[in-house]
Design a protein around this ligand. Structure first.
Ligand SMILES: Cc1cc2nc3c(=O)[nH]c(=O)nc-3n(C[C@H](O)[C@H](O)[C@H](O)COP(=O)(O)O)c2cc1C
Length: 264
């Protein structure tokens, strides 16, 4: 049986001690029991990226101009080569850790010029109490904006991980995520984009159209995305397409007429 290779990116400062990692390990074990699977773990704490300095050269000139392009380029290659990816980070102050957020900032160019279409992803978080949804939503929306299909989500409560009854529930949940991840990879189709993913596409389309001197514009133009309904020809729910089209039209009109208001 062919071995599946998963790239797991861990955004906990506690590396192998972290429940974010331990939860991924459980998912790996469950997948491996179903089909030979190996996770390669990238601990962002060890990758040692400085804070993104916001130069935006990745958007204007390309990701190779990023001061950290060697590290970022190698991570892009690992994602491209993997059968699937996992993003995991704990909840800190009811949000994602700075470590994971900083990594996602370096990957901002991938939101602008997505390419991982059809690549299956799962997202995982750990918190002592609450805030899971904010982090899972952020990780899911980030992976989806890169082009991935997010097929599983799991948030665990680290303070409960010594209780037998909770550990049993986590076993059921990790099994479920493992099965969905495996099924998605084996099926190898591309998911129809949901409402949020389509909105993201339209917003990026409006922005790319407005940045005619940038690499982004060329990238979008070469792929025929500047006036397309979506990045690929995957089927889109017609009602969602109409609703999103209307919102995009309003955004374009507001920008054209100078009617964009400060947000309160
Ligand atoms: C700075 C900081 C902020 C935290 N904020 C939250 C929080 O908002 N909600 C929560 O439930 N737990 C919070 N925690 C607890 C962690 O989410 C918890 O310890 C989790 O297990 C850490 O994940 P890890 O085991 O993957 O490193 C916080 C911990 C730290 C150090």
């Amino acid at each position: 049986m062919q071995q599946l290779n998963i790239l797991a990116i861990v955004g906990s400062y506690r590396n192998e001690e972290s429940y974010s990692y331990k939860t991924l390990k459980l998912i790996e074990e469950r997948m491996n029991a179903l089909q030979l699977t190996q996770f390669e773990y990238v601990f962002l704490q060890r990758v040692g990226l400085p804070f993104c300095d916001g130069c935006l050269s990745c958007v204007r000139e390309g990701e190779k101009s990023c001061p950290e392009s060697a590290k970022i380029g190698s991570l892009v290659k690992k994602i491209e080569e993997a059968d699937g990816i996992a993003l995991a980070a704990p909840v800190y102050t009811f949000n994602v850790t700075g470590l994971m957020k900083n990594f996602c900032e370096y990957f901002m160019f991938k939101r602008n010029r997505p390419s991982f279409f059809g690549k299956k992803a799962i997202v995982v978080t750990a918190a002592s109490g609450g805030g899971h949804k904010v982090v899972l939503d952020f990780l899911q929306r980030t992976a989806a904006a890169w082009g991935c299909d997010v097929v599983g989500r799991l948030g665990i409560s680290s303070t409960q991980m010594k209780r037998k009854i909770y550990i049993e529930k986590v076993a059921v949940a990790t099994q479920d995520v493992a099965e969905k991840f495996l099924a998605g990879i084996v099926k190898a189709d591309q998911q129809s984009p949901d409402f949020a993913t389509l909105i993201n596409f339209r917003v990026m389309q409006v922005m790319s159209n407005a940045m005619q001197t940038t690499l982004n514009y060329r990238y979008w133009s070469e792929r025929g995305w500047l006036d397309a309904n979506y990045y690929t020809d995957v089927s889109v729910n017609p009602v969602t397409r109409l609703a999103v089209g209307f919102i995009a039209w309003r955004i374009r009109r507001a920008r054209k007429k100078g009617k964009v208001s400060p947000v309160r």
